[in-house]
Design a protein around this ligand. Structure first.
Ligand code: E4P
Length: 223
């Protein structure tokens, strides 16, 4: 399973990329607004920090406008993934960009019918938003299960399911059990994955016992 981080905060991305475990980044207009920076500057900086796909979202809502903005975004770096809303114009732009060999991420997916449309449009990724469905009392993870089942029926569908709007590690684990290809995680959730109280307790115990030995791990004398 690929791990993307869902932020436009380049300091966070730099710190998380140092782990070597980060496979990509997703941004959206709200995250760019939160960064307080120009989209072209932020996306260029992120693309220099991370080798994998970096989603940058168009703001136009009509096909021609989306294609114009996509041309600007894709010129930033070869790992830019053009993010498009799940609308008729967005899917038309997805199909056209896919034909030109551009990576695409169809976003704001809330039903399996929409996911199927994105796959038929040749999207590289489709982003179902699990947290926002949970927020309105629908089961976000049930949508992931449905999409995985449907995509699994058709070997020709190559679109990867990018689980988005993740709120906590349980969403991630459920998505992984279902075989979802990618999860995009807020930085705080990504950091949460590392922690377990028994790891901290166990390490403290090992270090205390090690200190009692008076040893250090170093090359043998004369080596
Ligand atoms: C995905 O690409 C979106 O940027 C993101 O996951 C939305 O998450 P939110 O519902 O927490 O805003």
């Amino acid at each position: 399973m690929k791990f993307f981080v869902d932020t436009a905060d380049t300091a966070e991305i730099k710190a998380l990329a140092a782990s070597g475990l980060l496979d990509g980044v997703t941004t959206n207009p709200s995250l760019i607004a939160k960064s307080g920076r120009k989209i072209l500057d932020v996306v260029a900086e992120i693309c220099a920090l991370v080798e994998g796909p970096v989603s940058a979202e168009v703001a136009a809502t009509d096909y021609d406008g989306m294609m114009r903005e996509a041309a600007v975004l894709r010129a930033i770096a070869s790992n830019v993934t053009v993010k498009l809303p799940l609308t008729p114009d967005g899917l038309r732009a997805c199909k056209a960009l896919t034909g030109e060999g551009v990576m695409t991420n169809v976003t704001l997916c809330f039903s399996s019918a929409q996911a199927l449309l994105a796959a038929k449009a040749g999207a590289t990724f489709v982003s179902p938003f699990v947290g926002r469905l949970d927020d309105i009392g629908q089961d976000g993870m049930e949508l992931i299960a449905d999409i995985m089942q449907i995509f699994g029926n058709y070997a020709a569908l190559t679109t990867e399911v990018l689980v988005a709007s993740i709120r906590h590690p349980i969403h991630l684990i459920q998505a992984a059990k279902m075989g979802a290809h990618v999860a995009t995680l807020p930085p705080a959730v990504l950091r949460q994955l590392y922690h377990h109280p028994l790891t901290d307790k166990g390490l403290a115990g090992f270090l205390a016992d090690w200190a009692k030995t008076g040893q250090t791990i170093a090359p043998p004398a004369g080596a």
